[in-house]
Design a protein around this ligand. Structure first.
Ligand SMILES: NC(=O)c1ccc[n+]([C@@H]2O[C@H](COP(=O)([O-])OP(=O)(O)OC[C@H]3O[C@@H](n4cnc5c(N)ncnc54)[C@H](OP(=O)(O)O)[C@@H]3O)[C@@H](O)[C@H]2O)c1
Length: 241
């Protein structure tokens, strides 16, 4: 899978990692980049088509899926992260609405295009499913669910020619981590590493120095082996994902 000549859709494309992914897809020669945003967007590159796409809005998702014809790569990048201490059920529901059900809803809507194009789904998850950060537990739970969704979709869609990648992103310098005084990767380098991972067909992508430090132990570990064993139960003709 090369990004050059491909049609790519990125959610949460107006800032942070999503904005960097738009720039990187264009740099690699994507023929069309659909930039999903909640607010109107303009872009100087004619290959960019703005799409109104709040990932919690079913009508907008359906309208976007009707607008986009062929699609090779869907990047589920939109996300929220709020401080909480698990005392507020509403906070957990808000995180799940965007980070889990948003990813789920957009993916389901674009599956026909992705299957017919033998494309790829790239879910920008986090390292939090592996080790939650106790100041944002609701976020971590939603990302753990999104990671599990990614693993199941990977198994279910393999027989239909769609690759499904999880990006286990570590701290990156965006609005989301503004209040954390810790080493952070630049969104531009994270975006490069994400598309490198897609082009190199890495199932799980570790796009920054912190996450890269655990990549080998994850890929060669017992849990990854169990994921592969479980995935092998899906027959050549999987049920509808
Ligand atoms: N930064 C990190 O350290 C880090 C680490 C691990 C994973 N990630 C993940 O990387 C992704 C991008 O994060 P970021 O760091 O770039 O954060 P960011 O700068 O806060 O950007 C978040 C993006 O998501 C969009 N968004 C939020 N809710 C949305 C909704 N309901 N529908 C559509 N778009 C929505 C935002 O749009 P608006 O401008 O309209 O709000 C914005 O474009 C997220 O999934 C995040 O969880 C980030």
């Amino acid at each position: 899978m090369k990004i050059a000549g491909k049609t790519v859709l990125i959610t949460g494309a107006n800032r942070g990692i999503g904005q960097a992914l738009v720039t990187e897809a264009l740099r690699r020669g994507a023929s069309r980049v659909y930039a999903g945003t909640r607010q109107p967007l303009t872009h100087p590159d004619a290959r960019v088509t703005p799409l109104s796409l709040d990932v919690t809005d079913a009508a907008q998702i359906q309208a976007a899926a009707r607008t986009v014809g062929a699609l090779d790569v869907l990047v589920n990048n939109a996300g929220i992260a709020l401080y909480d201490d698990l005392s507020d059920r509403g906070s957990l529901e808000r995180h799940l609405a965007v980070n889990l059900f948003g990813t789920y809803g957009v993916t389901q809507a674009f599956l026909p295009q992705l299957i017919s194009g033998q494309g790829a789904i790239v879910n920008n998850v986090s390292t939090m499913p592996l080790a939650p950060f106790p100041f944002t537990p609701a976020y971590a739970i939603s990302k753990a669910a999104a990671f599990n969704l990614t693993q199941s979709l990977r198994a279910l869609l393999a027989g239909r020619g769609v690759r499904v990648h999880a990006v286990l992103t570590g701290p990156t310098d965006t609005d989301m981590t503004r209040d954390f005084d810790i080493p952070k990767a630049a969104p531009q380098s994270v975006a490069r590493a994400i598309f490198d991972g897609v082009e190199n067909e890495e199932e799980d992508i570790f796009p920054d120095p912190m996450s890269a430090a655990i990549a080998d132990s994850w890929r060669n570990g017992a849990v990854k082996a169990m994921e592969r064993e479980n995935a092998a139960f899906v027959t050549a003709a999987p049920t509808a994902a």
